[in-house]
Design a protein around this ligand. Structure first.
Ligand code: ADP
Ligand code: MG
Length: 621
């Protein structure tokens, strides 16, 4: 006897729901998108218990009459496309006609709707696929959909729901994407949007918001005043309009969380676009940093296909090379034409390096190493064999004897030969005494018995701090001190959840956080060893790191990442002028550090140049 059965419609819907409805946030996305497609000007989203108990979305859009209301929850029912030709050039957010049917097959749904021309509203209830009749109701025009007890008949799916805070974090993220995509711009009207959780208002966004305002309201990047750190670029060529708000390197992040790409009002993820963004920032950021970018693309609907992914978050561009090159060109040109340094590396009046976000100095150090490498490459030809110009200068400082005992470390043989052949005069170093000199406020050149070494001041200091942190944390927790004024910062529910889950780690690090109002926390104590780091910046990057899903971090590995990050933030930056005694201290600490020749990221801290190599290069031997 045949084993194959035809599944009943409800089973089909439940299976389909698996693709579209992963968690409460997916419901919020689908319902908000339906509201936008209905031409609404105002959406109110009200959530209870992270969406496990209730997700309610109300709009003032076109509404549905009784007949449509009964049909909307059937599978494959849509008012947005009619024929296959409509599939080319979809201008609405939805078109697959399966969201409502999917949602109603895995939860209890009540939908009340009224068109503008009707005098009364209608209502329908569906309990995991079982539909009630349409009944009259009283409501304003527009639609309200309430979704209760998601997955309640599917224990296996319900079990996968995380804590209310985490689910709420996902919901807030979907809300944020839709809010950014629907900010008023040009002749496009914005939307009034409200998000409420357990009766508390999390966001109330006005349809009059400017993009900068909305970004500031939605992105809790602490203290930095995100608006001042965004560079705007625009281009309009070959029917592709690009508007980009690009974060300066100083507000770069440890994940791609703050890269938002919108295509004709739809949030998308696209590997070509991600690549273009990465390339645009090439050389401006350290490899493990990601820029903050808000990218709005407008292009003809016919130039791409949205029908490639059930949640429509991926699209297929018909000319992806053009999209890539135009985005890269627009972003790169603007970034290279902008002075990115000014705010990032200037010390404040008190001398504290508050504005020194991690990205900027890293970028500078990398840019300088790049520049040096470039310089070495260019001057490789051995046509000139000019001697060093020994012109002692005022800046040359005598090194105290103790600092002279620099251990030998990394030998950059290739660099040595390239450097030795340069036609440029070397940094002047007198021969009769041990000497050091800081160059470009970033490197320290030190004469040694065998020749000289060039030290990357940031990389070396980072290594020293890292080892110190490792030693101390192995013994017990880091010593911390109370901040004079606790520094507060905004948290999303999922941030708060992450911090809660990692309370032990925070304790070990000596970071004390306390709740500070409904959506904020305050840093009360901060590790003494990290006084050079900005507490807010540190905690924000820590949250990013804890929330990273692309790397599997736990226990030791996580701690190591955190210590790396801490060391990087607390270390002297490239571009920072050092006093003689600071340099001497650095050199003394170098002697004691276990593996000072490599920074925690694996880059060398020191490159050695030997006199015998130099002599060979100058054909003295
Ligand atoms: P799709 O959005 O892909 O068409 P859905 O299952 O999400 O499919 O919705 C089915 C249909 O229900 C829509 O095409 C639309 O006609 C109607 N609909 C859904 N939500 C609303 C709403 N908030 N206001 C008016 N009509 C709606
Ligand atoms: Mg839809």
């Amino acid at each position: 006897m045949g084993q194959i059965l035809v599944l009943d419609q409800n089973m089909i819907n439940m299976i389909a729901a698996g693709e579209v409805i992963e968690r409460p946030a997916s419901v919020v996305k689908e319902l908000m998108e339906n509201s936008i497609d209905s031409g609404t000007t105002k959406i109110t989203v009200s959530i209870e218990d992270g969406g496990r108990k209730l997700i309610s979305v109300t709009d003032n859009g076109c509404g549905m009459d009784g007949e449509d209301l009964a049909r909307a929850f059937e599978p494959h029912t849509t008012s947005k496309i009619k024929t296959s030709s409509d599939l080319q050039g979809i201008s609405t957010l939805g078109f697959r006609g399966e969201a409502l049917a999917s949602i109603a097959s895995v939860s209890q749904v009540k939908c009340t709707s009224r068109t503008k021309s009707q005098t009364g509203a209608n209502c329908i209830e569906i309990d995991c696929g079982n539909k009630s009749d349409i009944s009259p109701a009283s409501a304003d025009y527009g639609t309200t959909i309430q979704v209760r007890d998601i997955f309640y008949k599917l224990p296996a799916r319900r079990k996968f729901l995380r804590t209310a805070n985490t689910e709420m974090g996902h919901i807030a993220e979907q809300f944020t994407r839709i809010a950014l995509a629907n900010t008023p711009a040009g002749n496009k009207q914005g939307l009034d949007l409200t998000l409420i959780h357990n009766g508390r208002e999390l966001y109330r966004l006005s349809d009059k918001d400017h993009l900068h305002q909305r970004i500031a309201e939605l992105s809790p990047i602490p203290s930095s005043g995100i608006s001042e750190n965004l560079i705007e670029a625009e281009s309009n060529e070959k029917s592709l309009h690009i508007l980009a708000l690009m974060g300066k390197p100083s507000i770069s992040r440890t994940s791609k969380k703050f890269q938002y790409v919108f295509l004709n009002g739809r949030f998308i993820r696209d590997k070509f676009i991600s690549h273009a963004i990465k390339e645009a920032y090439r050389g401006l950021l350290e490899p493990n940093r990601f820029p903050v970018v808000f990218l709005f693309i407008q292009m003809p609907y016919e130039d791409y296909d949205v029908n490639v992914h059930p949640t429509k978050s991926e699209v297929r561009f018909y000319n992806s090379n053009l999209v890539h090159s135009q985005i890269l060109g627009c972003l790169r040109e603007k970034l290279l034409g902008t002075d990115l340094q000014s705010h990032a590396v200037l010390p404040t009046a008190t001398g504290s390096p508050q504005m020194q976000g991690i990205g900027a100095p890293g970028h500078r150090s990398e840019a300088i190493s790049d520049a040096m490498a470039e310089f070495f490459k260019k001057h490789r030809p051995a046509q000139t064999q000019q001697q060093f110009s020994y012109k002692p200068k005022q800046q040359i400082v005598a090194l105290r004897p103790s600092a002279g005992q620099i251990p030998e470390s990394h030998t950059g043989a290739a660099m040595v030969s390239a450097f030795a052949q340069t036609s440029q005069p070397m940094p002047e170093i007198r021969s009769e005494q041990r000497k050091f000199i800081q160059i470009h406020d970033s490197f320290v050149v030190v004469q040694t018995d065998e020749g000289f070494v060039i030290i990357d001041q940031h990389a070396l200091h980072e290594r020293i701090i890292y080892e110190d942190l490792c030693k101390r944390i192995r013994k017990s927790k880091l010593e911390s001190q109370k901040l004079l004024i606790p520094e507060s910062f905004d948290v999303t529910p999922s941030d708060a959840d992450l911090l809660n889950t990692n309370a032990e780690l925070l304790e070990k690090l000596g970071i004390e956080l306390v709740p500070f109002g409904p959506r904020a926390m305050a840093i009360q104590a901060f590790p003494t060893l990290l006084t050079k780091a900005d507490p807010l910046d540190f905690v924000q990057d820590l949250i990013d790191l804890l929330g990273r899903k692309d790397i599997n971090l736990d226990g030791e590995k996580l701690l190591d990442e955190v210590l790396n990050m801490a060391a990087c933030k607390a270390a002297i930056k490239a571009g920072q002028r050092l006093t003689d005694s600071e340099i001497e201290q650095l050199l003394r600490d170098k002697v004691n550090a276990e593996s000072a020749s490599r920074c925690p990221h694996g880059r060398p801290t020191t490159i050695k140049f030997s006199i015998s190599d130099l002599e060979k290069q100058f054909k003295r031997t």
